[in-house]
Ligand binder design. Sequence first.
Ligand code: HDL
Ligand code: ZN
Length: 415
Amino acid sequence: MSSATKDKKLAAQVEKIVAVTPIHDVHTHLYAPAFGELLLYGIDELLTYHYLIAEGFRYFDLPYKKFWALTKTQQADLIWDELFIQHSPVSESCRGVLTTLNALGLDVKKRDLKGVRKWFATQKPDAYTTRCMELAGVKSICMTNSPFDDLERPVWEKGFSGDSRFVTALRIDPLLLDWSNTAPKLAQWGYNVTSEISAKTVEEVRRFLREWSKRMGARYVMVSLPPDFKYPAQTVCNQLIEGAVLPHCRETGLPFALMPGVTRAVNPQLKLAGDGVGLTDLKFLTNLCAQYPDNKFLVTILARENQHELCVLARKFRNLHVFGCWWFNNIPLLIEENTRMRLELLGLSVTPQHSDARVLDQLIYKWRHSREVITNVLVDKYADLARTGWEPTKVEIERDVALLFGGAFEKFLKG
Ligand code: HDL
Ligand code: ZN
């Protein structure tokens, strides 16, 4: 058989395996149907995803306030007209909406938003959740769960019948990044804390972390960090990390997930769409990984320019696991660049992608688009191996892809 034919056969095999290997989506903003209105889905949610709002405002000349005063349907109409009808929907977020509609069997050629809306009105949350997960090839969804979310907290306090497809992560940004406003809330919830970080306060923050990790069954503890985050440094954030979060994670075996590089509200008038990106000095991560070898750190980073150094750090510290092409990295160009770099520097000890989906139906496009890119990279990597005479077997490729699609992450959680 010629090498060209062999390559074609191998490529087809890799493509098939990637297509059918189910995915653990390790970071999303989705909710199980039991969370009611917190679970977002349907065309108006897809069109008013904050990525599209940011892109829409590049054309809108209406004042921000006027846009926010519109109903969600009116906002969606505006975005549809501007980003799909007046301009071809070539951006990743626009194309994603069409990928999803097409996968659901809707004919986007008609450009019939009214008809699409009518179809979505017939979808029921539970059955539709199953349908979206099947079309996306996703077998489990990790939520972002926050005791500080006034809509979410009551659901946990009341209790609900769990859905094994949805797992949890304890998100603690307000605790670490906004202590002055968070301390009074903890006190109100019965934690004996004060604004100054005394030994008692640290002990009570640990109790808060312990109780909420247990209540939620959290698989990791997560925080996003500004680009100028430093460790060590004499800050409240670092006192809470050192005194409460890291000991809690060691005691429970939970990884601490860090997402550095986000500058919140660079344009506050865009609300959720107003956050930006900044270059992070990763010295902090070297210090944390070196100083706390018994803690596990999950990291995804926002600046493209930080990605290579993060990979090199992961080569130095086995308690560091790199995951995802986060937010502004979640475009084919950077998914390809990141995945190639990671496989070439870290082999299979990495989790190339998470969806970060906020709207259930996004799972379909986020994973179809990512699978396409990851397939292309893997085809190249296995072809490189084949050229050395090392012919990867079907079982080996299936094992490898399962690792990349959540298996390595699971091993890291249990490690
Ligand atoms: O902080 C985060 O988890 C980010 O993912 C933000 O939620 C951001 O708004 C987002 O959705 N990015 O994809
Ligand atoms: Zn996120």
